[in-house]
Design a protein around this ligand. Structure first.
Ligand SMILES: [Fe+2]
Ligand SMILES: [Fe+2]
Length: 219
């Protein structure tokens, strides 16, 4: 009987690159959201579509970590249970603030007034306080542990789990946002692992939709 050789461990620094999506969205909120005039429904919908999908991606990312790599890490590195469990506890601390921001976002997109805009910016600020702390901890303490015990197939399973959980309405937008941050080799792997219809859509149409959407967002 033969056994397969072990798969290579993942380059977990990809997590740090991926997290930049959230850092950049929060950093840009005062400009992207703050500059939308009261009553400008079209602009609020465009900017709001970006935030709705980024926040949906954040939900999916945290849930996928909790479902896949965190439990596997606890089994393999029990001596680091405190750090790994802290990541999970921080997700729980973030989720209420994330849902409050999502609610404020829905209100602002439906009725973009000075008041709903200020409320949205305030909820995103509050979310940022706990989210940035979590991302900083995870990148400093958990990412090195991921690189010790999670292989490339397991990393792929986490990504697949996140995509299944993703509830946004613009998957092509988040694929583009991810590809802006990851390395070319990581993007090639992502495209190779997409189901063929999704890959054909992304390469044929989705990438252009992404470029047009963020071009208008950032203009
Ligand atoms: Fe993460
Ligand atoms: Fe996390």
């Amino acid at each position: 009987m033969t056994t397969s050789p072990p798969l290579p461990l993942v380059d977990a620094t990809a997590m740090i690159r991926f997290h930049r999506i959230f850092r950049e969205a929060l950093d840009a909120a005062p400009r992207f959201i703050g500059e939308v005039a009261a009553g400008d429904h079209a602009r609020a919908d465009h900017v709001g579509g970006y935030y709705a999908n980024v926040l949906a991606l954040l939900h999916a990312h945290h849930e996928a970590e909790d479902d896949t790599i965190f439990p596997w890490m606890l089994e393999r590195l029990p001596e680091h249970a405190e750090l790994i469990n802290r990541g999970n506890a921080e997700h729980e601390a973030v989720v209420g603030r994330l849902e409050a921001a999502e609610e404020a976002l829905v209100s602002w997109r439906a009725a973009p007034s000075d008041g709903s805009r200020a409320e949205l910016l305030s909820t995103l600020d509050t979310l940022g306080e706990s989210l940035i702390e979590h991302l900083d901890h995870e990148e400093a303490d958990v990412v090195p542990l991921i690189g010790q015990c999670i292989d490339v197939a397991e990393w792929g399973a986490m990504s697949a789990n996140a995509f299944q959980r993703f509830s946004g309405d613009k998957p092509w937008l988040v694929i583009g946002l991810i590809q802006e941050q990851l390395l070319p080799t990581e993007n090639a792997t992502m495209e190779a692992n997409m189901p063929p219809p999704a890959r054909d859509f992304w390469l044929g149409t989705g990438r252009g939709m992404f470029e047009e959407y963020v071009g208008a967002l950032r203009s």
